[in-house]
Design a protein around this ligand. Structure first.
Ligand SMILES: C[S@@+](CC[C@H](N)C(=O)[O-])C[C@H]1O[C@@H](n2cnc3c(N)ncnc32)[C@H](O)[C@@H]1O
Length: 241
């Protein structure tokens, strides 16, 4: 009988924020699959360090890009599609041999997670279970001590890869905001926040819940390169009750 695909959310970085269920599945899985950038350990893999089964096979799925490639770059769709296809095939080989596979994902798998692309490809052919995780943004606003949405506040989650005009329009319409995928988009995000009148409320969080965590008002953070694991938070209206 074929194995089961477990798509496992691991939380924002602190291993203590992994769910009991995720830890149980990771500790028992005969195959552990995870994405990683070239030359890196892989963030999801580092969260489970020391928690996998000693005999587990590790299936490292290495992205074809060393730096982020823009979504509208013609190279992107072709190369990333082929990569996901190949990766799904590698997981299918293990599942066909009857072994369960735990596919690791930082945060929650169904929230901007790459593991969704393998889940989509394999879900029809194999038994599959998805284990939700604490989102990165939840870890970040908790560490920042920043209650995010109150009463009828509208919380808007935006990828920083959007263009400045779209970011501005969306920010103008929200009460609270989370801007993900900051990295080299930071100057554009800062400009959009200023145009929406939210620059003074914005909080910058780098590596939330992880070693090297950094939290400050965005206005105190210079425009130096922000790392991949960074986000900008805007608290809601915070009306007193
Ligand atoms: C591809 S998305 C993955 C989101 C993940 N599935 C989740 O549930 O949070 C990656 C983006 O999430 C944000 N992120 C996730 N965890 C984070 C953390 N611990 N600290 C700061 N940013 C984080 C960053 O903006 C990063 O660029």
């Amino acid at each position: 009988m074929a194995g089961t695909l477990f798509t496992v959310g691991l939380g924002p970085g602190d291993p203590d924020l992994m769910t009991v269920k995720a830890a149980r599945i990771v500790g028992a899985a005969p195959v552990i699959a995870y994405f990683a950038k070239r030359g890196r350990t892989g963030h999801a893999r580092s969260i489970v360090e020391g928690r996998t089964h000693p005999a587990a096979e590790e299936l490292r799925l290495e992205y074809p890009f060393t730096t982020e490639v823009a979504l509208d770059d013609p190279r992107y769709a072709a190369e990333i599609g082929a990569f996901y296809e190949l990766s799904a095939g590698r997981l299918a080989d293990r599942l066909d041999s009857g072994r369960d596979v735990a596919l690791l994902c930082e945060g929650d798998p169904f929230f901007y997670g790459s593991s969704m692309y393998l889940f989509d490809r394999l879900r029809g052919a194999y038994r599959s279970e998805v284990v939700p995780g604490v989102c990165g943004m939840s870890g970040c606003w908790s560490q920042a001590g920043m209650p995010v949405a109150h009463g009828d506040d509208v919380l808007t989650v935006l990828p920083g890869t959007l263009d400045e005009a779209t970011l501005t329009t969306r920010l103008q319409a929200c009460d609270a905001a989370v801007i993900m995928k900051v990295g080299r988009n930071l100057p554009k995000i800062r400009a959009a926040l200023a145009r929406a009148g939210l620059a003074d409320r914005a909080i910058y969080v780098e590596r939330g819940t992880m070693p090297g965590q950094r939290i400050s008002p965005l206005s105190d953070f210079d425009d130096g390169p922000a790392p991949y694991f960074s986000m900008v938070l805007v608290p809601g209206r915070q009306r007193p009750r």
